[in-house]
Design a protein around this ligand. Structure first.
Ligand SMILES: Nc1nc2c(c(=O)[nH]1)N[C@H]1C(S)=C(S)[C@@H](COP(=O)(O)O)O[C@H]1N2
Ligand SMILES: [Mo]
Length: 213
């Protein structure tokens, strides 16, 4: 008989310490195939639009009762929260304990009042980027429409002034330079999802490529 108590205590100790890549406990914080980093790399298509807060708008449209066109003041007037989460990029780096600040996506969606047939969303960036998710995935506590991380307002490189963060999916599911959230009845694949990336993108299931769907 294995010494269960010792085993469980050992695992809990590892979980509390946080994960070290390549050691037992990887799957607690750092998913399989990922390496922990702390330099917050930049990844995008290379077009980095600069949108000042005075020009920035966030539209929520499609299958909603109340279409939104929020300006900076309206966005900043919404309940602001901080959520600490881990960031997993499909290019195999993960950065832990990212303290995103902003507004919960579900608070914005509640204002827009999705119609009952709204089941999927497309997030649009000012660079023309798109990515898709089920509407339900945006209702989680940790999904933020964020303006700051690591104690600073978002730089242009990281999607400032405002980006989406969806911690339970690979990072490509969070649009930088967020411009709009569009609600549909049927799923529409986004920029990477039509180019070979997995539609679901759960890092703990290693849903990297569409071949595995
Ligand atoms: N608008 C927009 N959002 C985007 C991208 C992009 O090219 N354009 N790249 C995605 C990808 S592939 C990743 S891994 C993350 C990277 O975010 P970071 O550059 O802040 O690390 O942004 C995602 N969001
Ligand atoms: Mo990515």
């Amino acid at each position: 008989m294995p010494d269960w108590k010792k085993l469980i205590e050992g695992k809990i100790a590892i979980a509390k310490k946080g994960a070290a890549p390549g050691k037992l406990g990887d799957n607690i914080r750092v998913p399989a195939g990922q390496k922990q980093v702390s330099n917050f790399p930049v990844l995008d298509m290379g077009i980095k639009p600069w949108i000042g807060t005075s020009e920035w708008r966030l539209r929520v449209y499609g299958l909603v009762e109340n279409e939104l066109d929020l300006d900076w003041a309206a966005y900043k007037a919404l309940p602001q929260i901080t959520d600490i989460s881990d960031f997993h990029c499909v290019t195999r780096w993960s950065q832990l304990d990212m303290d995103w600040q902003g507004v919960r996506a579900r608070d914005v969606l509640a204002l827009a009042m999705p119609l009952s047939n709204a089941k999927f969303v497309t997030m649009h960036g000012y660079d023309g980027y798109t990515t898709n998710l089920p509407l339900e995935a945006l209702l989680d506590d940790d999904v933020l429409i964020a303006h700051s991380v690591l104690g600073q307002t978002l730089t242009k490189d990281h999607g400032g002034p405002v980006r989406m963060v969806v911690p339970k999916r690979y990072a490509w599911k969070g649009a930088k330079w967020l411009k709009a959230i569009e609600l549909h009845e049927h799923d529409r694949r986004g920029f990477w999802e039509v180019r070979g990336y997995h539609n679901k993108a759960d890092p703990f299931l290693e849903q990297r490529f569409s071949d595995d769907e």
